[in-house]
Design a binder for this molecule. Structure first.
Ligand code: NAD
Ligand code: MG
Length: 383
């Protein structure tokens, strides 16, 4: 079945794997967007011939314009954050896949939904920072929100039976535990970015890899699951599954549990978001149970990994508290990647901002931006 997609964040880990899927199934690429990696974008343009390309970094956009000069059927370029939103809203694709990292993805998600597009969402920060804006817009516009995050895709796959979906009582959100699983605070204090960037099972962008080491990623995913599946935070249990084979599970009123499994490869959930409700052959190898032998389970240590505790607190507080947690984390992770703060400072700062005020209540997009700026300022003031 042929499909036309617009892919936002095409130069990243999810973006390039999405293009693997598009290549395999011969999908048409209507639009591509990225921040600044001109050389990779140029290769993608030569292979997929998009009609439009948005480049958020303006200098990179000018450089790409130079590279494209004289190319037959060169795409039209759209510049800056406004260009990203314009592309997200454009008619042409069957689905917009948002694989931008961070809150920068939120306006693009909203633009795609408001223009009536189905949205395949990898950018979990859209739901964490603007959960009620995104879900209200999805309801109002009657579009589909298709999860790409592997855990949420797993839950979505387990809920395809419409009857039992109504009897969902619990979500078992699995976590790999990250590279520092089992360690205590004294062992974590000296960890540097080189240690945190070594993830045992997944090869991902730098920000989400650090989020996996701090368990912030699981906190963000818990908030994402609340918005996607409508269960309260206390009905979502984090289960450490070190091998990343069980991608999450759901439990029903009769205490029956259904889990989704597969080798850890994002091309399965990416493809499912694009082919849903159908399934197609995939480039991912099959799960070899003979080689697997065992699966292990454990609990997440929230006393040590404060980001997870802070995210739970934030979703219980409601309103803009999750947005504040996310903003503090984005700022803290950037500082950690520059060796300006220690590993444990990330959790301290995220928890600090969540505790700093009441939040609560409905909000506008401007309120989200203001809260994000407040959280980043909080981090810089509390180093
Ligand atoms: P990445 O850092 O590898 O790629 C990010 C992409 O976003 C790049 O194409 C970059 O050009 C673009 N980008 C960065 N800043 C931007 C901005 N200000 N405006 C527009 N575009 C910008 O990240 P990733 O690992 O591919 O993750 C992307 C998203 O998918 C994140 O929200 C992440 O949490 C989520 N996710 C990733 C994985 C994974 O395996 N990598 C799994 C699940 C969910
Ligand atoms: Mg995930």
């Amino acid at each position: 079945m042929s499909k036309t997609i617009t892919l936002l964040g095409s130069t990243g880990s999810i973006g390039t794997q999405s293009l693997d899927v598009a290549r395999m199934h011969g999908y048409t690429v209507f639009g591509l967007a990225a921040h600044s990696r001109v050389e990779l974008l140029l290769k993608q343009i030569q292979e997929f011939h998009p009609r439009y390309v948005a480049v958020v970094d303006e200098t990179a956009c000018d450089r790409l314009e130079g590279e494209l000069a004289g190319m037959p059927d060169a795409p039209r370029l759209l510049k800056g954050a406004q260009g990203l939103r314009t592309l997200a809203a454009m008619d042409g694709p069957d689905v917009v896949l948002n694989a931008v990292v961070g809150i920068a993805g939120l306006p693009a998600s909203l633009a795609a939904i408001e223009s009536g597009h189905d949205l395949a969402l990898a950018n979990k920060e859209s739901l964490v920072t603007g959960g009620h804006l995104v879900t209200d817009a999805v309801r109002r516009k009657g579009v589909r929100l298709l999860p790409v995050d592997s855990e949420h895709s797993a839950i979505f796959q387990c809920l395809q039976d419409q009857h039992s979906a109504k009897r969902l009582t619990k979500i078992l959100l699995t976590a790999s535990g990250g590279p520092f699983f089992g360690m205590k605070r004294d062992q974590l204090a000296g960890k540097k970015k080189e240690d945190a960037l070594k993830h045992p099972n997944w090869n991902m962008g730098a920000k989400i890899t650090i989020d996996s080491a701090t368990l912030m990623n699981k906190g963000l995913e818990l908030i994402e699951a609340v918005w996607l599946f409508g269960l309260p935070e206390d009905k979502i249990q984090i289960v450490v599954q070190r091998e990343s084979i069980i991608h999450s599970a759901v439990q029903f009123a009769d205490n029956s549990v259904i889990a989704q499994m597969g080798v850890p490869d994002m091309r399965i959930p990416i493809q499912y978001a694009l082919t849903w409700p159908d399934r197609l052959p995939s480039p991912v190898p099959e799960l070899d149970f003979a080689a697997l032998k065992s699966l292990s389970f454990d609990v997440a240590d929230e006393e040590t990994f404060r980001c997870l505790a802070a995210c739970k607190k934030a979703i219980r507080k409601g309103g803009l508290a999750p947005c504040a947690a996310n903003g503090a984390n984005e700022e803290a992770v950037a500082l950690f990647l520059q060796d300006k703060i220690g590993f444990l400072d990330i959790g301290r700062l995220v928890e600090g901002v969540v505790d700093s005020e009441a939040f609560g209540g409905d909000y506008t997009l401007q309120d989200v931006y203001d809260c994000d700026a407040m959280a980043r300022a909080y981090v810089r003031a509390h180093l």
